[in-house]
Write a protein that binds this ligand. Structure first.
Ligand SMILES: [Cu+2]
Length: 144
């Protein structure tokens, strides 16, 4: 039997399975893109847990109330690619620019102005696309 005739349908179905998994993974990942409204704890702080990885932040759309303390706890998925977290919104009195590490990083701030502010990973390797261009960005929406 010609191995080519046996291998190619196998190879094709494997490729199809991979494409299918990729497509379904994408579809399943979509609900994570829904806006996340921060929960106010008994301490009066708006707590938000953020997961970072190659190349995403989850949740990627966060809604918080203005003039109320916010605490971001940013955790990174295990991996070898370094990531960072930048959120610069001088108008709202927010300035964060830190590397992320294995341990969770905690960022606290009190947004002083409503608006929509971008956060992102600033990492970029040589001539490759930046992590932000790969989709590693999100939105902080500060509301009244
Ligand atoms: Cu990154």
């Amino acid at each position: 039997m010609n191995p080519q005739r046996f291998l190619s349908p196998c190879f094709l179905s494997l490729m199809l399975a991979l494409v299918f998994c990729f497509a379904t993974g994408r579809a399943v990942a979509q609900p994570g893109n829904e806006p996340y409204r921060a929960v106010v704890g008994v301490d009066g702080v708006q707590h938000v847990n953020i997961l970072a990885g190659d190349y995403f932040f989850r949740p990627k759309h966060i809604i918080v109330k203005v003039n109320m303390p916010v605490m971001f706890v940013v955790r990174v998925e295990p991996g070898i690619i370094p990531h960072g977290f930048v959120l610069r919104a001088p108008r709202a009195n927010i300035s964060i620019d830190e590397n992320l590490s294995r341990e969770s990083k905690i960022f606290t701030f009190t947004p002083s102005a409503p608006g929509t502010y971008a956060f992102y990973c600033p990492e970029k390797l040589l001539f490759l696309k930046s992590h932000r261009e790969h989709g590693m960005e999100g939105i902080l929406e500060v509301v009244e």
